[in-house]
Design a protein around this ligand. Structure first.
Ligand SMILES: [Zn+2]
Length: 205
């Protein structure tokens, strides 16, 4: 009798979910798998051999990655972090000015909506302003830790434009902007640069 021997890798799925696939350039479904080689007899895996290691596979493009790829945030998680950071900046800036001013509120809502949170409206802003004071700085610092310096400057300028919506910055708003810049992890010189430039640009419009 002739035995037909072979080798085959059998995969076991350890988990699945959504991750950021670099090859696809977006959030995709993945399968987290572990493989093991088997000697097969008549195509039936019979004798287990070495494990082949774990991998994460994109179900769209089939690219395999090392499992560390799951530690990276998805674009949805990134967007949520950016929205949360912007909401904290907006609230901090409105509180030192006039939180009831319609121009400043409009600017604040536009800034948050611009981060991808399309449904952000007057009611959501009112709810954010009702949150206990003092919690924003921690959220802004966590947000700033994820950003490159150009992005920090951009978000700070967005916050400053809220203060500028109803006229030139007051001393209190200027001090708040410097405080926000420090929370974002910017140097004093960078902060002064952004505050001055944003004010000048607003004056030219
Ligand atoms: Zn992919």
């Amino acid at each position: 009798m002739l035995l037909i021997w072979g080798l085959r890798v059998i995969y076991r799925t350890l988990g699945q979910g959504v991750f950021f696939c670099r090859r696809c350039g977006g959030d995709r479904e993945y399968r987290h798998r572990a493989g093991r080689r088997y000697i097969t007899v008549f195509f039936i895996p019979l004798i287990p051999l070495a494990k082949t290691g774990e991998h994460v596979q994109c179900l769209t493009c089939k690219t395999r990655y090392v499992t560390e790829v799951l530690k990276l945030p998805t674009t949805v998680q990134m967007q949520l972090a950016v929205s949360a950071g912007m909401r904290a900046l907006v609230v901090a800036m409105l509180r030192v000015g006039d939180p009831a001013n319609p121009l400043a509120r409009r600017r604040a809502i536009d800034a948050v909506a611009g981060t991808g949170e399309r449904g952000y409206d007057e009611a959501a802003l009112t709810a954010d302003l009702a949150e206990p004071e003092g919690t924003e700085i921690g959220r802004i610092a966590a947000f700033g830790g994820q950003l490159q310096v150009e992005a920090k400057e951009w978000y700070l300028a967005e916050a400053i434009r809220i203060g500028l919506a109803d006229g030139p910055l007051t001393g209190q708003q200027r001090a708040a902007a410097a405080h926000l810049a420090a929370a974002l992890g910017m140097t004093q010189a960078q902060a002064i640069g952004v505050i001055t430039l944003t004010g000048q640009n607003a004056g030219q419009n």
